[in-house]
Write a protein that binds this ligand. Structure first.
Ligand code: 6PG
Length: 252
């Protein structure tokens, strides 16, 4: 169960490292299994990574064989720049030769988010065809982490956080004091992935990152870190400031 922490100097280095890692994971998966399945994230942290992947400079991805999903989606109109699908499309997907039928999204803009969650779950089941009662095995799930230790839209105390049977839930979460509705993959889907990478930037997340890696915080990010097969934390220097020297850049 590899647990790796990679410290990058600043946000730009973090974006470069993360883009290279994703590209290498894509090439390996396509070599091994003929396709690469990845769940993207929203939020601010992956913006630079998407831009790097789109620019391509030295980062080569076999886009024809890439299938894109999302770890979560905001229940907001598509016209909003912080809609996860819209953001990834503008920064990345519209700039690379990925076939449109390889894009599998959660319809956060739907009038009925519960129906959109059921529809996204059905798409995951159709595509991955897991055994009865099993969960899809994404090659890579890309995530950010909130200051409160949330990942995707699994927040401490949110209804869907403890869901163990469904693949996707829709629920309300409190983000930075605001009550907002989200669609999200559930924890069993996140932990069933072959690999997870979490991008963490900025000193506001430093204490939570240290607590999660030490197993000291009862938050979704700790459960993810403990439960997934292979996880790499990409942190910039500010986010890593509370880590001891041997907690950083170590494959454990
Ligand atoms: C979102 C994601 C969320 C995000 C973290 C970190 O909708 O924003 O679901 O899990 O990855 O909140 O966000 P930042 O990258 O913006 O700090």
């Amino acid at each position: 169960m590899p647990r790796t922490v990679r410290i990058c100097d600043g946000p730009q280095e973090l974006a470069a490292c993360a883009a290279e890692h994703i590209a290498a994971a894509a090439r390996d998966a396509v070599d091994a299994r003929g396709r690469f399945t990845v769940a993207l994230s929203g939020g601010d942290t992956p913006v630079g990574t998407y831009a790097r992947l789109a620019a391509g400079n030295g980062v080569s991805v076999p886009w024809e064989e890439v299938h894109v999903f999302w770890g979560d989606e905001r229940c907001i109109p598509l016209e909003r720049a912080d809609n996860h699908f819209t953001m990834a499309t503008e920064l990345l997907l519209s700039r690379v030769p990925i076939p449109s039928h390889n894009i599998h999204r959660a319809r956060g803009e739907a009038a009925d988010p519960a129906a959109a969650a059921t529809e996204y779950e059905a798409e995951l089941l159709r595509f991955f065809d897991p055994p009865a009662g099993g969960f899809p095995e994404l090659d890579l799930v890309l995530l950010g982490m909130g200051e409160d230790g949330h990942v995707a839209s699994l927040f401490p105390g949110s209804d869907g956080y403890r869901e163990r049977n469904r693949l996707v839930v829709d629920h309300y979460v409190i983000k930075r004091g605001e009550r907002v509705r989200r669609l999200t993959l559930t924890m069993p889907v996140l932990t069933a992935a072959r690999e997870v990478m979490v991008l963490v930037s900025g000193d506001l997340k430093a204490d939570m990152l240290a607590a999660v890696l030490r197993g000291e915080a009862d938050v979704p990010a700790r459960e993810l870190n403990a439960g997934v097969r292979d996880i790499t934390w990409f942190a910039d220097r500010e986010a890593a400031v509370a880590l001891d020297r041997d907690e950083a850049a170590v494959r454990r």
